[in-house]
Design a binder for this molecule. Sequence first.
Ligand code: ZN
Length: 199
Amino acid sequence: MYEGAVQDLIDELGRLPGVGPKSAQRIAFHLLAAESADVGRLVAALQRVQAEVRFCVTCYNVAEGEQCRICKDPRRSDDVICVVEEPKDVVAIERTREFRGRYHVLGGAISPIEGVGPDDLRVKELMTRLMDGAVTELIIATDPNLEGEATAAYLARLVGPLGLAVSRLASGLPVGGDLEYADEITLGRAFEGRRRIDA
Ligand SMILES: [Zn+2]
């Protein structure tokens, strides 16, 4: 619709989550009219996250080094892994102080509508971690919505043959919501009252 650089910018913005074509166009023209110092700060912030922030090689949480601080912490127990969708869910669960094991960040949830399948998530990597036998319990803490439930059911079936204790966070979490929006007490209770899934 537009020429060259402007259209490229609109296309790139439109690929961001939650940014539709109209918003992409509005942001693009906002940036075109903006002061060059403002645009410079945005570019610098994008370059910094690219250069400095990465994902933990073990659990895929955000990390400043090879491993995140949770994976590096020797006081945490290796026999239980809590599976979450995004790094922000790790933050939400850490706030409850109910969990002292390790995490595994899937990078999303299964969603046929958005074309996200198990191969798009870090499921293989989770299976690899479970193979060495150190882990005896898996807590599935995906979001309490359709995609989160589908992902939990899929994982429970997949790991069933491994003979681990598999549990899902208890009810009480707002249905259809996002883990990060649950308050600490509700999320803490859901953790304590987690239900065993028999695959
Ligand atoms: Zn980690």
